[in-house]
Design a protein. Sequence first.
Lengths: 604, 172
Amino acid sequence: MIAKKLPLLLLALSLTTYSFSQDIILADSIAAAKAAAQAAAMADSIAAAEAAAASGAAGATENPAPEPSSGGPQIHGNFQTDVQYYNVDSAIGAFPVPEKMLMNGFANINYSYGAFNAGIRYESYLNALQGFDPKYKGTGIPYRFASYKWEEMEVTIGNFYEQFGSGLILRAYEERGLGYDNALDGFRVKYSPYKGIYFKGLVGKQRSFFSQGPGVVRGFDGELNVMEAFFDSIKKTQIIVGGSFVSKFQSDQDPIYVLPENVGCYGGRINVIHGGFNLYGEYAYKINDPSNDNNFIYKNGEALFVTASIAAKGFAFTLSGKRSDNMSYRSDRTATISSLFINYVPTISKAHTYGLMAFYPYASQPVGEMCFASELQYKVPKGSAIGGKYGMDILLNFSTAYGLDTTRLNPAEDSARIGYTSEFFGMGNKYFEDINIEIQKKFSKKLKATLVLSNQFYNKSVIQKPGYPNIMSSIGVLDITYKIRPDKAIRVELQGMLTKLDESHLDSALQEEPHEDASDWAYALVEYTHGEHWFVAALDQYNMNPDSSFKSIHYPTFTVGYVKNATRITLSYGKQRAGIFCVGGVCRTIPASNGIALTITSSF
Amino acid sequence: MKKFILALSAIVVLASATIIQTTRKIPAVDIKTMDGKAFNTGKITNGGKPIIISFWATWCKPCKKELDAINEEYATWKKETGVKLIAISIDDSKSASKVPGDVKAKGWEYEVYIDQNQDFKRAMNVNNVPHTFLVNGKGEIVWQHNSYNEGDEDKLYEAVKKVAKGQKVSEK
């Protein structure tokens, strides 16, 4: 199928180029004249700039905005390839990989000429790296698009990514590191009839690996920036309101249930900004949508997301709340894991980047959850007793997630198959909690350090799979950077994690079983960066198991990297512990592995 | 027929490649200001002076290190070369509300925009953050760098100084 499409696409691409090149040949003499004029103008503007600089008004004169992307046709893009060779290592649970070597790769090739853009993405999974969904298999061009932008309108055909509001009812996006891609394939029109007024309309099918989901997604979104449209003179306050409607169609071939073939979802949002104060609220409502996620019940779904923040120089405070109930919305009602989601319910807990801090990461629960998060940032001023010469950054963060307070309906009395009812303000079981503090201080031009302390609660039975204890962990991280020379630095990361288990909710048989989560962990990283091009790093992770049924194992990894401009090459050798890798609240589990990994990424 | 079209397209693409320009201007994409207003990146300008465009995120440690390091020198850089730094946050709805807080708390003096749908990130072919571009007075991208090592800001500034003087940057 792709083989059929490729020549057509290339043809379309070359035809546009061809017509442009015709123009250019015809306009050769004109261009020569223009170039001469341009050179003269340029000399003028340089002279003007020099004059301005001489008079001390550097950059004060605003040139008129340049024509967007003026100039000739351009071909640009990027690529990445990850290759891994796998050794068998039964001690860490790295099982034999039949292919021994696996590879993921992609390349975007885009063509731009003025307001016209087109592009393709070639992807290869030969075969997919461990931890990626094996449905990524083979090669193909799952992404191709063309778009044209007029002053007030933009039309895209083919694949595109889109988000309405915060994504509660529609978000098509990609997270290449996770293998997450629910791009739409169809038509999209964006239209702005008047400043401050924006409309978007789209119809498409969603990507599912190298094919498409069965459902059709239709969406409309409108946004009004009240001040921009009506009170342009008011700059300090902004009020933005928006509303969207999305509907999916999937035919009903179920032998038992009468399923709704069209499932609508609508939502509204408001954003009020006044100086450093920012309030955002969004509510979404979905009609009954029996699916694999909710065990085919006919209950409606809803979600509310509110976040408020206040920021002043050296200070910021954010408070967020989120409640979602039965809000999983996919273009295939039987889809599982992270396939074919139309919407995105954001996780509001902090995304940690230090290894052990992110050992037990939280991910949004599609069934329903109640979450709160708050963050305080403060910069102790330079020159104060604690701040010292460079100041000191303090960040205090708290987040928590609970299940909903639900009452299961008696199936005998629940003829409409609603399933359960829930209290809007009620909270059920605790899923997750994280309280952490981060202090960052620069001591001198050469030395800076970061200290992070965290206490976390993780309900593994809910977040991963049933039958596990709750895990209480305390984590400490010390991250020190020492500049040997202006462009040579050594960085040391020391991390430790102590865990305690709560097994009270488990059957007595499960309680007696040893749990690998009882491990305490130590983690040490030494990284040396040599100029702008080179870096080497050595990492060791060590689990100290109290139970003899699990061995205490070292997980060493050595990495060498080379960076030049937009190109980055890294080669690493070592052991990778099994774990969860998350980006933006979406996670994938990575199995343990032992081997060599090579990554090359670049753009052109 | 299929083969014929394929061959023809290949020839035309190759033939037209000779007129493809190698310098790239900033693509025109709609993103948002920190106070929620629409902004088109085609309007990025600095009155003929160099522009640094830096892609970052609130959850990206090296990005913030780089922006912190530049911030310490930023006043001098501006005075000496007239350079302007535009920081593009790729945070999604999970953390976009933290962007103004991060900027204020860190005391960054940059022009900051939010690219929630990552349209600008895609148009600039950014694979991962931090990714920094240097744009000359004519709006052409003349230098770029992926990731951050300590001291990279000095190398960036050397390039900025050259661009400010209208000289070519040795590495493209």
